[in-house]
Ligand binder design. Sequence first.
Ligand code: GLU
Length: 263
Amino acid sequence: MGYFRDSQRIVVKVGTSTLTHNTGHLNLRRIEKIVKVLSDMQNSGIRVVLVSSGAVSSGVAKAGFGRIPSTPEEKQAMAAIGQSELMKIYDRFFSDFGHTVGQILMTKDVLTNPDRRSAAENTFNRLLEMRCIPIVNENDSVSTDELTKFGGNDILSAHVARLCRADVVLNLSDVDGLYDSDPRTNSDAKLISRVDNIDEIMSLAGGAGTDRGTGGMIAKLQAAKLCVEAGIPMFILNGHDPEILYTLLDGGHVGTYFSAKRD
Ligand code: GLU
C-alpha cells in the first residue's frame, strides 16, 4: 500500500539549491531528471503542480550580476530575468516529454481577496482538468511587503496545496528529511521517518538553508503545519536524486512523512 493510492493531485516543491549549481546557473541535468519523473507521474494519472524556486539565483547568474542582490529592487530585477529563463527551460523539457505547462505567479494578497482567490482557484482547476502542469512561483518582481510576500516557497507551496485541494505535498530539498538533531554538526543525528504531532517537533528545526535559497528547516516545518492542519500530508525529501520519487510511487518510503489529521 503506497502513499499515492488515492492521490490525484500532488504539489511538488523544488528549492533553489536543488535547481541550481553553486554558480547560480540552472542545473540542467538535475532539472531534466525532475521533469522526467514528474512527466511520468503525470502519465500515471497523477495531476502534478510544480512550485519552483530558482528565479533570483538564475537571474543573478544570467545577468552576470556577480553578487547576492542587496536591495529589494535588485532582487526584483533578478527575479524578472531568472523567471523567464526558468520557464523557458521547463517548457522545453516538459514539451520533450509530451506535456504542457502554464505559469502562475502568486502574491499573498491573492489568498485574502475573495475575487482574486477564486480566480486563482479556477485557473488551477482548469489547467489540471486540461492535464497541464501549473508551474508556480512567488511573483518576486512585484511582491515587496508583508501583504504581498509569502516569505519563501515552502510556505507558498503549502498555500498552493490548500488552494488546489492537493492530496499530498512533496518538498524536495537538499536534506534527506527532518533529523532529531542538526546532521551538519552531529554525526549521530537520526532521520525521523514519520511525524504525527507537528507541534511537538517544531523545536527541532535549525537555522536557514543555503545562501541561495530562503528555505531552511523552520520554513519547511511551518509549511508542514499549514498542510497537515488542512488535512494534507507532506514529505520532506532530498531532491539531489529526483528518481527517489519513484520509490514513493512504487509504495516505498523515503524522507520524512508528516501525517495529516485525516490519515
Ligand atoms: N521565489 C524565489 C525564487 O524563485 C525563491 C524563494 C525560496 O527560495 O523560497 O528565486
